[in-house]
Design a protein around this ligand. Structure first.
Ligand SMILES: Nc1ncnc2c1ncn2[C@@H]1O[C@H](COP(=O)(O)OP(=O)(O)OP(=O)(O)O)[C@@H](O)[C@H]1O
Length: 470
């Protein structure tokens, strides 16, 4: 009876061995192949008669398999799994070798099972290719958008500007809020804010220059007011820009100029996502992305107690830096090209710029950055009678240009800050004499009008021809 059941068990084991879809193989302690099933023959592309009794080392040497799990089991005395390719059958196999020990802990057999993972492997390779392709498409998309920038006349030839624009695109894609754009005056902060907004697919874009309004008016503009909130307020009250920007972007330009009380109110609004109109008692929910820009060192401003540190931390969840134009001369040629084309078209001229003037432009410091470059080109196109703008430009740059290597030394103090202050004072005075309005002065100096107002205030200078500046 016992004999009968043993016989049955042997039959079962034989059936498992023969019919297993996995390849099965048994090797002895020297690595010689003692037995293999049909699936192993198919998977390895061999006949049992060809390899029975052969050592796995020999098979590796003859190139019939690229590596042997059995060999590694015998070396390490533990279970080993390897990925093995079989040149004869072109399968990729997951091969697991398991040692069988005797009482004295010596290996007597190695049981090997082999599973075809060619499909998984080819899917894995396919996935890697698809991933690579999608990365490429993503990159191409970014490049495409950068090309689109060209169509929109946004210049980004330099790596630093490309990097900034790529980051900006990423922020647009995730509809990020609380973005702080830092850069000197005229570097393109306003342009970048509009760019981020454009690709975020949200609307509207509302912009305010925090330097252009006195404290009370700025507060009323930003948060709105209820009827009769103050003398002169409209009968019906007025919605604030935060409310008007709902669903879109509110761009707070020159944020560094905001007074401390308005900063406190702004902080609360960003924290609570709601606003309290001036003279109001009920707050209103707001939902808009906020982009702020500054040409000031806000960290420094916090040390001087002119800017709240908590507001800075709230605003600069993401920071984008636009480098000054003098640090990215690669952009100058393209900027000159597009603005020369623009003003030639506008003023029906056919002006050209040669390499000498261009060379000089490339060496120029551009304290007013891109805005100054635009003004230089515009002035030259309008004022120069000759077709070639070279002489005019070289003359103009020599006279007022102060290229980096030709900055005028000052006589009095040797402190750099004093010297800069004195040069600034001299230039501002020239503008105050020549221009009738701060707008004109902004054009003349190649900086924004609010910057002119601020700088005139700092230096105690007044427009002399007109009566605009108080
Ligand atoms: N990369 C650029 N490509 C083309 N034009 C540019 C670029 N950067 C700036 N400009 C142009 O330069 C001018 C000044 O840009 P913008 O007003 O955005 O500067 P800003 O940094 O916001 O200045 P401010 O700090 O004085 O407000 C604009 O006419 C703008 O279109």
């Amino acid at each position: 009876m016992k004999h009968e059941s043993e016989k049955k068990n042997m039959e079962y084991l034989q059936a498992i061995f023969d019919q297993s879809a996995d390849g099965l193989m048994i090797c002895d302690a020297k690595g010689r192949i003692l037995k293999l099933n049909k699936a192993a023959e198919i998977l390895n592309g061999v006949k049992a008669s060809e390899i029975l009794g052969k050592n796995v080392k020999t098979l590796v040497k003859q190139g019939q398999i690229d590596r042997s799990a059995t060999q590694e089991v015998l070396e390490t005395k533990r279970q080993v799994s390897v990925i093995q390719t079989t040149p004869r059958s072109d399968y990729t196999l997951l091969v697991t070798g398991t040692p069988v020990f005797d009482d004295k802990n010596n290996i007597v057999f190695v049981v090997v099972n082999e599973r075809d993972i060619s499909l998984i492997e080819s899917m894995r390779k396919m996935l890697a290719i698809v991933r690579q392709e999608s990365e490429k498409i993503k990159d191409e998309l970014t490049e495409l958008t950068l090309l689109e920038l060209k169509e929109n006349n946004i210049v980004a030839q330099s790596d630093s500007m490309k990097h900034t624009l790529k980051l900006a695109l990423k922020l647009s894609a995730i509809n990020a809020s609380n973005i702080l754009i830092q850069g000197e005056s005229g570097t393109g902060k306003g342009l970048l804010a509009k760019f981020i907004h454009k690709y975020s697919n949200r609307n509207p874009f509302i912009q305010i220059n925090c330097a252009a309004l006195p404290e009370n008016l700025l507060e009323a503009e930003l948060f709105g007011y209820e009827k009769g909130a103050f003398t002169g307020a409209s009968e019906k009250g007025k919605p604030g820009l935060f409310e008007l920007a709902s669903g879109g972007t509110l761009f707070l330009d020159e944020i560094g100029e905001m007074s401390l009380p308005v900063q406190a109110k702004l902080l609360k609004c960003l924290d609570d996502h709601e606003i309290m109109p001036v003279g109001g008692i009920v707050s209103k929910k707001i939902e808009c992305s906020v982009i702020a820009a500054t040409n000031q060192d806000l960290e420094n401003q916090t040390l001087n107690k002119k800017f709240r540190l908590d507001l800075l931390h709230r605003l600069n969840t993401f920071t984008l830096l636009i480098p000054p134009l003098r640090n990215r001369p690669e952009d100058i040629l393209e900027l000159v090209r597009i603005y020369l084309k623009k003003y030639n078209k506008k003023y029906k001229r056919r002006s050209v710029i040669g390499y000498k003037a261009f060379d000089m432009l490339q060496k120029y410091e551009f304290p007013g950055n891109v805005r100054e470059l635009i003004n230089i080109i515009k002035q030259a196109v309008v004022m120069c009678d000759k077709r070639s703008l070279d002489d005019y430009l070289m003359n103009a740059l020599n006279k007022t240009g102060l290229p980096a290597d030709k900055a005028r030394p000052l006589k009095t103090s040797t402190r750099l800050a004093d010297q800069i202050q004195a040069v600034e004072n001299e230039i501002l005075n020239q503008a105050a004499i020549k221009c009738r309005t701060t707008r004109e002065a902004a054009e003349f100096l190649g900086i924004s009008q609010p910057s002119v107002v601020r700088k005139f205030k700092e230096h105690g200078i007044r427009i002399q021809k007109g009566k605009e500046y108080k």
